[in-house]
Ligand binder design. Structure first.
Ligand code: HEC
Ligand code: HEC
Ligand code: HEC
Ligand code: HEC
Ligand code: HEC
Ligand code: HEC
Ligand code: HEC
Ligand code: HEC
Length: 428
């Protein structure tokens, strides 16, 4: 602990050091809307001491919350639990230590998707979902990063993805607005590039080479529609559609979620499936929503086009929230311009509410039932299954009895569940 203490004191003394620019350009260091802990009274907005306390006291008395000394000389324990710790002390809409008592933050569906009627309004809430909802489990993240990439067991799990000295708002200081092309900022940093010296750990997404268009290379990224629109696109509501304005979240998320890492999930009670977003090779490759290409044809909704099959590569954030969601598996509530028609839980066909945001269900096909899938599996030109011996797949209820989508559709899946009727196609 001693070397860190010394380092913090030294850094606080030389606040105007060579890297002050990164901090001053961050949301926290901003002198207009940055950190200002109410109980510190005399400290100017943006000053380091709103988060770091040199002697756990100011003018002889310790500002709230009392106790400590805490790691990195922070005013509270860096990480306590899924719903408590330094970041939540300020990033909550009630009883925040930030002056005014509230910091409003939003979901990805709100900011990038443009679904501005989402009522989720703070980070504590985003990390508080319980079944069937999900939140990224902070203790699991803490365990996973500890000992990797210069993180220790004292590291804040939020700092797996955010540099507290660099993170920017996107948009900054605009709690009730979606992202806008006129005012971009960059909130995340890549875990694998983490340095124990936060001044040496840059943002991810802000520079050339760090966009989704870079990840896909000669293939295609197609930005989904903004909520309620068929003319504007994620993430910033402009007409840009090729991912050149979107952080490369495929690279970002696969720093952790890749086939080399074993990741335990307390929520799921098992190790996570590896995510292979890069291996080509058709039915022996990785996910078709990644670099690997679709087989024969696809039945997709606009702005996706069937003629580009095999070319599309998706961003993880096209389907997932980064923090939490009322759906299983962090699935977004708003995808490709509209809200999901139901909750993705454990119901037999509930996964279909997600798929139909981009793929043709029987309702899109001929006005049939919403979230029914006969067309795609039995009738389309590229349908995998002939309609015969119904009970093999539909069970004793016979043809048309819903089949659990999760039997055949998940990251890395094929349809081997169908036994002797299987096509052995990659089905994700
Ligand atoms: C697994 C990575 C990850 C972790 C862990 C994580 N975040 Fe985030 N966070 C993100 C991503 C991705 C975004 C959206 C970035 C974008 O819109 O470009 C985001 C956005 C944010 C935003 C901006 C929200 C808004 O209103 O636009 C805040 C604030 C934030 N995170 C705080 C936190 C805090 C506090 C924690 C810990 C409790 C945390 N994050 C943990 C990945 C993460
Ligand atoms: C720093 C490592 C790290 C990064 C980066 C990261 N994750 Fe995770 N993720 C984890 C860990 C650890 C778990 C297991 C704990 C849990 O279930 O939340 C997990 C779990 C998940 C789950 C399963 C949640 C559940 O309980 O059903 C999803 C979905 C997920 N991550 C998506 C993402 C997406 C999307 C991104 C990028 C925006 C991302 N992750 C970035 C570490 C990471
Ligand atoms: C002393 C209060 C305080 C603490 C503690 C704090 N923040 Fe913030 N944070 C703020 C304020 C104020 C903003 C600017 C809010 C705005 O732009 O409206 C902000 C902005 C952010 C942003 C940029 C997105 C946005 O809302 O503008 C991220 C990301 C973020 N904080 C992450 C974190 C993480 C991670 C931690 C814990 C390591 C943390 N914060 C701790 C006060 C705090
Ligand atoms: C929003 C709260 C916040 C503000 C404001 C803040 N820090 Fe930090 N700082 C943290 C957190 C959280 C950590 C621990 C990071 C981790 O868990 O990996 C940290 C770690 C550090 C460290 C040790 C790691 C490193 O980067 O070398 C130093 C030194 C430091 N801060 C100095 C400063 C200085 C100097 C300022 C002002 C220019 C400042 N901090 C402003 C939250 C903050
Ligand atoms: C087309 C939508 C979609 C995209 C794009 C997507 N996911 Fe998922 N993801 C899902 C669905 C549906 C599930 C639930 C099925 C499953 O567990 O695989 C899921 C589950 C997960 C899980 C939990 C896996 C488990 O063990 O159950 C992780 C981790 C995850 N996704 C990470 C990612 C990452 C990282 C990316 C980007 C490289 C990504 N996802 C892109 C839809 C998507
Ligand atoms: C955000 C839009 C989006 C969502 C949501 C989505 N997909 Fe896709 N899906 C696509 C696109 C685009 C392709 C084409 C990929 C390519 O060109 O290689 C595709 C391809 C596929 C393929 C490969 C088809 C083939 O012919 O090889 C399968 C299988 C698939 N999706 C299943 C699903 C399932 C199941 C869901 C729901 C869990 C889902 N998708 C959700 C956009 C989406
Ligand atoms: C090899 C497996 C397989 C066989 C055999 C099969 N089906 Fe299917 N069928 C599916 C799959 C997979 C779906 C999509 C999942 C779903 O919709 O529940 C589906 C969907 C359907 C649907 C739409 C159900 C809905 O509401 O979503 C109907 C109707 C249907 N099948 C009828 C039949 C009939 C009738 C037979 C026999 C003459 C048959 N199927 C044989 C796999 C099969
Ligand atoms: C028995 C296995 C099985 C089950 C169960 C199943 N599917 Fe499929 N599904 C497939 C196969 C095989 C394909 C074709 C993949 C290909 O084209 O290479 C497919 C394709 C798809 C596609 C993408 C088609 C395209 O080309 O655009 C979607 C979307 C989809 N299924 C949704 C669902 C939904 C929703 C459910 C649950 C209601 C479901 N599936 C249940 C096997 C299954």
């Amino acid at each position: 602990m001693l070397p860190v203490v010394f380092f913090v004191c030294a850094a606080l003394l030389y606040a105007a050091d060579a890297t002050a620019g990164m901090y001053l350009n961050s949301a926290h260091g901003n002198s207009t809307y940055g950190v200002s802990r109410s109980s510190t009274g005399s400290y100017p907005r943006g000053l380091c001491a709103n988060c770091h306390e040199q002697h756990a006291s100011i003018g002889g008395s310790e500002p709230s919350p009392a106790g400590g000394p805490d790691g990195y000389l922070l005013f509270d324990t860096n990480f306590t639990s899924q719903t408590a710790g330094l970041c939540f002390d300020c990033h909550t809409d009630t009883s925040s230590y930030q002056v005014g008592g509230s910091i409003i933050n939003r979901s990805y569906s709100f900011r990038a998707g443009g679904w501005t009627s989402d009522t989720l309004n703070d980070i504590l809430e985003a990390f508080s979902y319980t079944s069937p909802g999900t939140s990224h489990n902070l203790s699991d993240i803490s365990n996973f990063i500890s000992g990797r990439w210069n993180y220790t067991s004292d590291s804040n799990p939020c700092a797996a993805c955010h540099n507290p000295h660099a993170a920017q708002g996107d948009p900054p200081n605009a709690p009730n607005s979606a992202k806008s092309a006129a005012t971009r900022g960059w909130p995340v940093s890549r875990p694998s590039l983490h340095s124990r010296d936060n001044n040496a750990w840059g943002l991810w997404g802000d520079d050339a080479g760090e966009k989704m268009s870079d990840f896909v290379g000669a293939l295609m990224y197609q930005a989904p529609y903004r909520y309620g629109s068929t003319t504007t696109f994620e993430p910033d509501g402009s007409t840009t559609q090729d991912g050149s304005n979107l952080t490369d979240f495929a690279t970002f998320c696969t720093d952790c979620h890749n086939p080399s890492n074993t990741i335990y999930s307390t929520t799921l009670g098992r190790n996570l499936r590896p995510i292979d977003w890069v291996t080509t090779g058709g039915e022996s490759g990785g996910d078709k929503h990644g670099i690997n290409g679709a087989t024969v044809g696809i039945a997709v909704d606009p702005p996706f086009s069937p003629s580009n099959y095999g070319q599309y590569v998706l961003s993880c954030t096209d389907c997932h929230e980064p923090h939490g969601s009322p759906n299983r598996y962090l699935i977004r509530r708003e995808v490709n311009g509209s809200l999901l028609a139901g909750t993705v839980g454990s119901g037999t066909k509930s996964l279909g509410y997600l798929c139909r945001q981009c793929h043709i269900d029987d309702n899109d096909y001929n006005g049939g039932t919403v979230n029914s899938w006969e067309y795609l599996h039995h009738l389309s030109a590229d349908a995998p299954y002939a309609q015969m011996r119904c009970s093999r797949c539909h069970g004793s209820g016979g043809g048309g009895t819903p089949i659990n989508c999760f039997n055949c559709h998940f990251h890395g899946s094929d349809d081997s569940w169908a036994g002797s009727s299987a096509t052995n196609r990659r089905t994700f």
